[in-house]
Design a protein around this ligand. Structure first.
Ligand code: AHR
Length: 698
């Protein structure tokens, strides 16, 4: 850039600066007088935050997966939820018809060895004669998870397994919630010998109407006996075609997560080990998966979202998987260290499944599932919140040494808190969970300031404001969490990862409150805590700058500054949380940048605030409490910013490029009608800014 161009830009800044001051903020009585933030943006200053800094924690809680992220519409698809003994409960399946027209029962005739229960349907009515079937026939229906989202024009793949000793015709339909309207249907005709053994039937149904609380029906209008098992219905339009509900997964992707911890939480432990998550029962063809009852969050999962799918999800999101493994400890029972080896073998097998060659024992199972390439598994957590338990340390050490020898590159995460003391066992990371009030959470922005700089790094794998401050996802909770995350960012020399918890809640089954994303069968929205995380989506792998915050509002202010590159663009982001109830006038000076090096035409300011501190989003008002973005024409190396009471402000400064087009945009912004290459006194527009600009350059 030539010196003339520099002058032009400097002048633009000067003039806009004068305007800004003239039109500037009214400083009311409730404004705390100026605080100062000095950001050192000199080349080579600051440090690189871990590439993994911010990510996700997915737990199968609140029907987050079954009836949520996993797009399967049928609940209890194999009729196993009622247990292995017959007769069993087939809930939520129900009957269409009455006792005079249909009898259903369960038996153990399934062709799937790991889940023997099948449904026997005996239709007593027929198309004519004394016991005529009602119009539309009789049969069974499944309402899914609080209603199936059937949308006009969308296609659904229905797969089911059928057995019959006689010829038959039955109908597979998607229907409205009460069955009164058929949204899509097809008939299946079978000749007697063809279905005397179980056969798989697959159909594609295109919906001709919409019902967000629809259902799947299997009906017939003629007398006869038949069996059904393993019935699935899934929209064909899922995230990357891998079975994840699209809108929900896009919400995750937009946070740019660098890791995903799964599948729990307490879900991994179980109240009792017999009900804990067992990965081997969640892989392979879905029909072969027995499903299980998660006794902590108290619901059945068909385990369509299994270990393989979690690894796939991580890959699809460009995030590293963090595999939380049960090392022989549940909430109520524990395996002694002397007998824990089978659990260790399970872990080793799971790693071979994820990373082994396609011809290894478990790698070949993965390859058969359609992923010959190994997954990028590098993090394993041993247990969840189990540190104080009798056998934890012994089991942990046994696992640690075997795992380190077999896979030296895998980072092992301990459940014991190393933030305030040295751990008494080796670990690459230690897990840290915090659920607390808003004021505590905000003050925890300094929690890691005093942590030992050597030793294992922290994985803050669960954090959230809970209790009365949180409502069902309040603004004040999110603001306090933002303060906490700013603290993590500034301590990212000792923090390797952080994730909010829990991620999802199906509004029909709130087991834990609050959560980041709320959904039902067809809608979803982010709570303020979700939107708050957007402010940190560029922080992983960014350069964290040294800052100095001075002034008289320090107990209610926290700030951080990062730089990152996106293609040819260099950004500087300054984030400030004002947790106080007064506005704060903040003077920000950025050292180490030339005064004209900020492109104020493309810099932006994002403010997140709410008049009502307990403000929440909802299905009706999903964007009531969301960040508001605007152009930030005051952007420069010396800026005065008025921080609203209780607000999170992010200033994204685009570092100036030498591109003349960018300078031209700046010229146009000052009111000039001609561009750099064509400055002509006679043709210039008449604005004072432009005249001033022109004559000074001349
Ligand atoms: O995030 C909800 C629960 O909180 C997790 O399952 C558990 O780890 C923690 O106690």
């Amino acid at each position: 850039m030539g010196s003339r161009q520099f002058q032009l830009i400097v002048l633009c800044f000067a003039v806009l600066g004068i305007f800004a001051v003239c039109q500037g903020f009214v400083v009311g009585e409730d404004v705390d007088r100026t605080s100062y933030l000095v950001v050192n943006a000199s080349d080579g200053s600051g440090w690189r935050a871990p590439d993994t800094l911010f990510g996700l924690f997915f737990e199968e809680i609140n029907h987050a997966g079954a009836g949520g992220l996993w797009a399967e519409l049928v609940s209890n698809r194999g009729f196993e939820a009622g247990g292995p003994n017959t007769p069993s409960n087939i809930d939520p399946w129900s009957i269409i018809g009455d006792e005079s027209s249909i009898i259903v029962s369960t038996d153990r005739s399934s062709c799937f060895e790991r889940n023997k229960i099948a449904l026997k349907m005996e239709v007593l009515c027929s198309s004519d004669g004394s016991n005529t079937c009602p119009t539309g026939g009789v049969g069974i229906y499944n309402p899914g998870y609080w209603g199936m989202n059937i949308e006009q024009g969308k296609t659904y793949k229905v797969v089911l397994h059928v057995k019959s000793l006689e010829s038959f015709e039955f109908f597979v339909s998607l229907a409205s919630s009460d069955g009164s309207s058929i949204l899509a249907t097809t008939n299946i005709i079978g000749a007697a010998p063809d279905f005397s053994n179980w056969r798989k039937v697959e159909v594609l149904l295109e919906a001709k109407g919409t019902d967000h609380n629809g259902r799947l029906q299997l009906t017939r209008t003629s007398k006869g006996v038949m069996w059904f098992d393993q019935v699935s219905a899934i929209p064909t339009d899922t995230y990357k075609g891998h079975g994840f509900r699209k809108g929900l997964t896009e919400m995750l992707a937009s946070l740019k997560p660098r890791f995903i911890r799964f599948p729990g939480g307490c879900f991994v432990e179980g109240e009792w080990l017999r009900n804990a998550f067992r990965w081997k029962e969640t892989i392979g063809p879905w029909e072969d998966r027995p499903g299980h009852f998660g006794d902590v969050w108290k619901y059945w999962t068909d385990d369509g979202l299994g270990y393989f799918e979690f690894l796939q999800l991580a890959e699809d999101l460009g995030a590293l998987p963090v595999w939380v493994f049960n090392n022989g400890i549940s909430h109520n029972d524990q395996v002694a260290t002397s007998t824990v080896l089978p659990f260790l073998q399970e872990l080793l097998d799971s790693i071979e499944f994820a990373r082994g060659d396609a011809d290894s024992t478990w790698g070949s199972v993965r390859a058969a599932m359609g992923h010959p390439k190994p997954f990028d598994l590098k993090y394993v957590a041993l247990g969840n919140e189990d540190c104080g338990k009798k056998n934890y340390r012994g089991n942990y050490l046994k696992f640690y040494y075997v795992l380190k020898t077999a896979y030296p590159d895998i980072k092992i995460i301990s459940n014991c808190d190393g933030s305030y003391r040295q751990l008494d066992h080796p670990a690459d990371l230690y897990d840290f969970h915090v659920y607390t009030s808003a004021s505590n959470m905000f003050s925890m922005s300094h929690k890691f300031d005093g942590t030992l700089r050597s030793g294992p790094k922290a994985f803050v794998s669960e954090y959230a404001v809970t209790g009365k401050d949180a409502g069902t996802g309040s603004f004040i909770a999110a603001l306090a969490e933002a303060g906490f995350l700013i603290g993590l960012e500034r301590n990212s020399d000792v923090i390797e990862m952080a994730s909010y918890a829990p991620l999802f809640v199906n509004a029909n089954d709130r087991r834990w409150n609050p959560d980041a994303i709320v959904f039902d069968s067809w809608r979803h929205y982010g709570t303020p805590s979700y939107w708050m995380q957007q402010f940190f989506s560029e922080s992983s792998g960014a350069t964290v700058l040294n800052i100095n915050l001075k002034g008289n509002s320090l107990t209610s202010l926290v700030a951080s500054a990062i730089t990152w590159k996106d293609g040819d663009n260099n950004y500087l982001r300054i984030k400030i949380v004002n947790f106080g109830s007064n506005s704060v006038s903040l003077n920000i000076s950025v050292e180490g940048l030339a005064p004209n090096s900020v492109d104020f035409t493309r810099s932006k300011k994002t403010v997140f605030t709410s008049k009502d501190l307990m403000g929440e989003n909802s299905f009706e008002e999903p964007n009531k409490v969301v960040p508001v973005e605007s152009l930030f024409s005051e952007a420069g190396t010396d800026m005065d910013v008025l921080l609203a009471p209780h607000s999170l402000t992010s200033l994204d400064l685009l570092r100036q490029s030498n591109n003349p087009e960018i300078i031209n945009v700046a010229l146009l912004k000052t009111g000039c009608t001609h561009l750099l290459s064509n400055l002509d006194e006679n043709k210039l527009c008449n604005t004072p800014t432009c005249k001033y600009f022109f004559w000074n350059v001349k």
